[in-house]
Design a protein around this ligand. Structure first.
Ligand code: ZN
Length: 217
């Protein structure tokens, strides 16, 4: 069957492209490995064409993305979406799932820098999730869930999909700037910093609280 040309997926960053590929694995379930990337800039648009190969079965696929702005060297580390605009590439359920993945990963990681990176990704995914809620919304609005699968996941985990739960989780996590700082430091400096800060740490409870967001089977 011939492949139809795909409409580019609108993203705010290269990091969001990466998350999109994670959420849309190969039909066999295998993860994509980026092989090569083409860049086009017609009429002020930035288009990325990312050729990827399935790590499990070797199938090839090209992803087409349109970036909101050209990425620059001054962009914050691993930035996902600096705007208040909700994602157009992934829906609320996708962001919750990604946050759960990164939070669960923290427990398996031994190196503190890796843990900080995972926490940074988790925090940004929760921030993207929050952008789908209006000021009056506690439950997810219909516009935040784009597929039957997403609606089913929201029904099955009503606690994790409440706006107040997402906000409470964010309030208990270290702030974005601190996580970015940790991400950019080398291992030794980071460990020293953690020891110095341990005395003045007040938000001890975030670590326990994330269990609410743990991935369900
Ligand atoms: Zn595959």
């Amino acid at each position: 069957m011939p492949t139809e040309p795909e409409t580019p997926v609108h993203v705010h960053s290269v990091q969001e492209e990466y998350f999109y590929m994670m959420v849309h694995p190969c039909a066999c379930g295998g993860p994509w490995q980026g092989e090569s990337q083409g860049v086009q800039e017609p009429a002020g648009n930035v288009l990325h064409h990312l050729r990827a190969t399935c790590f499990a079965c070797g199938k090839e696929r090209t992803f087409h993305f349109q970036l909101a702005e050209r990425p620059g060297p001054a962009d914050p580390i691993r930035a996902v979406n600096p705007t208040d605009e909700a994602s157009r590439a992934l829906d609320l359920a996708d962001w919750i799932r990604l946050a759960q993945f990164y939070l669960a990963r923290i427990e398996r990681l031994a190196e503190s820098v890796e843990r900080a990176q995972s926490l940074l990704d988790a925090r940004q995914c929760l921030e993207e999730a929050r952008k789908f809620f209006g000021p009056e919304d506690e439950a997810p609005p219909a516009s935040a869930l784009w597929s039957d699968d997403s609606r089913r996941r929201a029904r099955e985990q009503p606690d994790a999909f409440r706006r107040s739960a997402i906000e409470a989780m964010l309030a208990r996590m270290p702030p974005l700037e601190r996580l970015r700082q940790a991400d950019s430091l080398d291992q030794k400096t980071f460990k020293q910093g953690v020891r110095e800060r341990a005395k003045q740490r007040v938000n001890r409870t975030w670590w326990q609280f994330w269990r609410l967001f743990r991935r369900r089977k």
